[in-house]
Each structure stands twice: as C-alpha cells, then as structure tokens.
Design a binder for this molecule. Structure first.
Ligand code: AMP
Ligand code: TRP
Length: 328
C-alpha cells in the first residue's frame, strides 16, 4: 500500500521510558507506521542544551531505542536514528538562523521557561532550540509532525521559518509541516498530581520487573478524601481508576466504578488489580526487550543503518537548499 506521506518526530534521549512516554508518544509513533513513512530521531544535540540530561547520553539513547523497538517501532521500514549522526542538520540550522528574527525566539514561552529553570546555564543553544527543531523537520521534507500540545508553538514557529526561507530565496524547496497533535492525554505520576516524569521521580518504567512495578503501583495516591477503608471513594478523581480504564478489562472497570463508591473494594485491592493487569499488558514488551538487549550490537546496528538512510535524504535536501540559496 502506498503511504500517505512522511512523518517525522524527535525526542530527547531520556533513557528508560515510562508509562507517560508510552501513552503520550510511543504508542502513537507505532500506529503511524501503518499509514506513513516514518522518521524518528533521538535528538541528542537538543539534549546538550540542558546539562542534567547530558551525563549518560549514550546509555540513555540505547535504553530509549530499546524501549521504542520493543514497543513496536519497525526498523526495516521506519528510519530510527540519532540526530548528531546526520550533521547536515547543523548546517541547515545555521542557514535557517539567518531568516529567523531574534525577537521572536526570545519571546517564546518555552525559551523563557528554560531560562527560569536553569538561570546558571543560559546558553545560546537554548535560544536556537526551535531553529534546530525546524531544521530536523524540513531536512527530511516531513509532511506531518506528531507532537504533544506543549510543542505547538515550536511547530507554528517552524512553519514561519519555512515561509521566510522560501520567500527570501524565492523557492519552494522547504515544505511547511503540518502538526498532528497526539490525543490530549496527560498521564499523571504516582503522586496523582503532577505529569508523570522521570525528573519528578513519580514515574512507572515500562522495562521494570513485575515486582518493581507492583511496588511502584502500591505507592500510588488514590482519592485523598478516602482516608479509611470504610470511606466511600470517588473513582472520577482517582488516578488509579484512570489507569484501570486504559489497562483493565471492561467488566473489571465497571465493577470498580461501582464498588469503590460504596467502599466495597479497598484502595490496596484496587491497586493490586491494576498492577496485575499492567504487568500482563507489558509481558510481551518486556520479553521482546530482553531479547533485543541480549543481542550484542543490535541497537547500534539499527541506529547506524537508520543514520545512513537518513543521510541520503538529508544530502539531497541540502543540495537543493544550497542551490536555492545560490551559495558560491
Ligand atoms: P519527554 O521525556 O518529556 O521529553 O517526553 C517525550 C515524549 O513523551 C513527548 O512526546 C511527551 O509528550 C510524552 N510524554 C512524556 N511524559 C508524558 C506524560 N506524563 N503524559 C503524556 N505524555 C508524556
Ligand atoms: N523539541 C522536542 C521536545 O522537546 C523534541 C524535538 C526535536 C522534535 N526535534 C523535533 C519534535 C522535531 C518533533 C519534531 O520534545
């Protein structure tokens, strides 16, 4: 079947992936492969803008790639690669920076947030972050970019840069990408309050053992108004119930929905049921991950192969870009 176009997305190498990554991104990346030619990039250069993520860059890249592959990214068809392995993106970033107005970069809320988070490291890369992201997208002539809603301003910005470039050089070589927002799904952490994230240590890792997963689920915060076992609970505001709706069979969800409200089922029992269903759901993924991890060089080979296929597209685009710019 001919594919509908090219999808590109990037993610920083954050190491072992958690349920938030899975439900908010990976699951969607996997599904898109059926209809599109997909290019997925591990953006190690972007990661260099924040010091805390650079320490275990290599290890984090391998762990993340393993999770993606075990979850169903098919490297024979999809291009999975590391950003810095295709250095053409750095060149394109520089050219694009000349058609990007500085005031617009400094105005971006994401830039201001980053500066506030790390005032001691206000590096130039942070300012250029969206320009490099634009270079990622247009280098591969991507039609569609699936990202979370938080990246919407960056995508709008990318479209503007493309328009400026094409106008300045009177060309059509760069394609304005379309955004495809992933289902608005914010997975909460085990604290039941904040977005699940590694940095808050409120996450549940996909690759953890069943025992570790159960221990983590046991810590999950339920309806805070339900203090005693005999108090009725409210599933509508309980994060454990939200998870049941994703991972448990419908009859069990219906049962909990009724029993929780009349204190027929306790929170511990409810959480243990969720842990069991989650572990079952992840069984195949974990077996596949262990299998892939046991093959020496498997991930490195996949990433190298991805980079060579990505480079073919990148070199062609750069040839067209340099021509359009009439560089001497
Ligand atoms: P990050 O690890 O924050 O760079 O995120 C990588 C991808 O996973 C992005 O597409 C995020 O939108 C998604 N993601 C991360 N955490 C969550 C979460 N708690 N809920 C939903 N999506 C998430
Ligand atoms: N900026 C994105 C993030 O922080 C990661 C990213 C880099 C990206 N390049 C991209 C996403 C290109 C989509 C397309 O999550």
């Amino acid at each position: 079947m001919p594919k509908k176009g090219r999808v590109f997305s990037g993610a920083r190498p954050t190491g072992k992936q958690h349920l938030g990554n899975y439900l908010g991104a990976i699951r969607n990346y996997v599904a898109l492969q059926d209809d599109y030619d997909c290019v997925y990039c591990i953006v190690d250069v972007h990661a260099l803008t924040t010091v805390d993520t650079t320490q275990d860059l290599k290890q984090n890249t391998v762990e993340m790639a393993l999770d993606w592959l075990a979850a169903g990214i098919r490297p024979e068809e999809t291009i999975l690669f590391i950003q810095s392995h295709v250095p053409e993106v750095m060149e394109l970033h520089t050219y694009l920076s000349m058609v990007t107005q500085m005031g617009k970069l400094t105005d971006l809320p994401t830039f201001k947030e980053k500066l506030a988070q790390q005032p001691e490291n206000a590096n130039y890369g942070l300012l250029g972050y969206p320009v490099l992201m634009t270079a990622d997208i247009v280098l591969y002539k991507s039609d569609i970019v699936p990202v979370g809603i938080d990246q919407a301003p960056h995508l709008e910005f990318a479209r503007e840069i493309v328009r400026s470039f094409n106008y300045r050089y009177n060309t059509k070589v760069l394609i304005e990408p379309q955004v495809k927002h992933t289902e608005v799904l914010k997975v909460l952490g085990i604290d039941g309050k904040a977005k699940m994230s590694k940095s808050l240590n409120n996450h549940i890792e996909l690759a953890a053992t069943p025992e570790e997963t159960t221990a983590r689920v046991r810590e999950m915060v339920t309806d805070p108004a339900r203090v005693k076992r005999t108090d009725p609970g409210n599933p509508d505001i309980c994060n454990v119930f939200s998870m049941h709706k994703i991972f448990s069979p419908q009859d069990e969800v219906d049962m909990i929905n009724v029993e929780c409200r009349r204190a027929g089922i306790g929170c511990v029992d409810c959480k243990m049921r969720f842990a069991a269903n989650l572990n079952k759901h992840l069984e195949l993924f974990r077996a596949e991950r262990a299998e892939l991890a046991s093959k020496p060089d498997y991930v490195t080979d996949v990433l190298n192969d991805g980079a060579s296929r990505a480079r073919v597209i990148a070199q062609q685009t750069m040839k067209e870009v340099r021509e359009a710019m009439a560089l001497p």
